[in-house]
Design a binder for this molecule. Structure first.
Ligand SMILES: C[S@@+](CC[C@H](N)C(=O)[O-])C[C@H]1O[C@@H](n2cnc3c(N)ncnc32)[C@H](O)[C@@H]1O
Length: 238
C-alpha cells in the first residue's frame, strides 16, 4: 500500500484530520514526505479544509447531478460557486452545417450573446476556467468566432489558450477544405488561478501554497479519435 493510500485509509470516514495526526500515524516517514503525498493527491484523495487541516475525499460517495434543461439559464447557480465550465454549444451556422444532402446539426442551435458570457462569469469562481468547444474556422464562421472572444473579454474573461482537437484519422471531405479538427478554447475568469505548488513556501510553512502557472504545458493538440458512428448516441458526440 502506498503512503498516500495508507493516510487515506487511516482517516477515511473521519470528518477531517490534521497534518500532526498524519505525522503521528506514520512516525517512520519524514514529515516532508507525508506532506508531499497529501499535496500530490489534493483533489484526488484529499481536500484542504483549513490551515493544516485536510479531509479524505470519499470516492465511493461522489455524486453527479444531470439537469435536463436550458443550459443558458444559470439562475439556479450562486455567484462565484463553480470551479469549471466546459461546454459544446450548438453554434448556429446554416451554411457550414450542410453538406450536399447531409445535415450536420439536426438539433436546436443558437448564437451566443454577451448575456451568456456574463452569466458564465457570474457563476464561475475567480481564476477558474471556461472551456468552449468551437468549430474549426472557416469563411462562414470566422466573424462569430471572433465575436465569442469579444463577448468573453467584455464579460471579464481572459484568453488563456486554444488547443486544437485533431480527430485522429477521421476526415470530413465537405466544403472547400477537408476537415478533421475542432478547437478547445480556454478562458480564465480574470487572472488564471495559481496551479503550481510552491515547494519552498509549502515546506517552510507546512501549508500548501501555490505559485502562478501550472505544472505542465498544454499539448500542441489533443489527437483523439472520435466515437465511431455505430457507437455514437449523439450526432456531435465528443
Ligand atoms: C454541439 S451539441 C453537443 C453534443 C455533446 N458534445 C455530446 O457529446 O453529446 C449541442 C447540444 O446542445 C443542445 N441544446 C441546444 N440548445 C440548448 C439549450 N438552451 N440548453 C441545453 N442544451 C441545448 C442541442 O440539442 C445539442 O444536443
Amino acid at each position: 500500500m502506498s503512503l498516500a493510500e495508507k493516510i487515506f485509509t487511516c482517516f477515511q470516514g473521519k470528518e477531517d484530520f490534521t497534518l500532526k495526526e498524519a505525522y503521528q500515524q506514520n512516525i517512520n516517514k519524514p514529515k516532508e514526505t507525508i506532506r508531499a503525498r497529501i499535496y500530490d493527491n489534493l483533489g484526488i484523495k484529499f481536500e484542504r479544509v483549513a490551515k493544516g487541516i485536510y479531509k479524505t475525499i470519499d470516492t465511493g460517495k461522489e455524486t453527479c447531478v444531470v439537469i435536463e434543461g436550458d443550459g443558458r439559464d444559470l439562475a439556479m447557480l450562486k455567484d462565484n460557486s463553480i470551479d469549471c465550465i466546459l461546454t459544446d454549444h450548438p453554434w448556429l451556422d446554416m451554411k457550414s452545417n450542410k453538406g450536399g444532402t447531409r445535415a450536420f446539426a439536426v438539433y436546436d442551435c443558437f448564437k451566443y450573446t454577451l448575456g451568456d458570457f456574463k452569466e458564465k462569469a457570474r457563476v464561475l469562481k475567480a481564476g477558474c476556467f471556461l472551456v468552449e468547444i468551437l468549430p474549426a474556422e472557416n469563411e462562414n464562421n470566422y466573424e462569430y468566432l471572433y465575436q465569442i472572444k469579444k463577448y468573453a473579454k467584455e464579460a471579464g474573461f481572459i484568453y488563456y489558450s486554444k488547443v486544437t482537437w485533431k480527430k485522429g484519422t477521421f476526415v470530413s471531405n465537405t466544403g472547400r477544405k477537408a476537415k478533421n479538427s475542432q478547437d478547445v478554447m480556454i478562458f480564465s475568469k480574470g487572472k488564471a488561478r495559481n496551479m503550481r505548488i510552491d515547494k519552498k513556501k509549502t515546506d517552510a510553512t507546512g501549508e500548501i501554497s501555490f505559485m502562478s502557472g501550472c505544472n505542465g504545458m498544454l499539448p500542441t493538440m489533443f489527437d483523439v479519435q472520435p466515437v465511431t458512428k455505430k457507437d455514437r448516441i449523439h450526432q456531435s458526440q465528443l
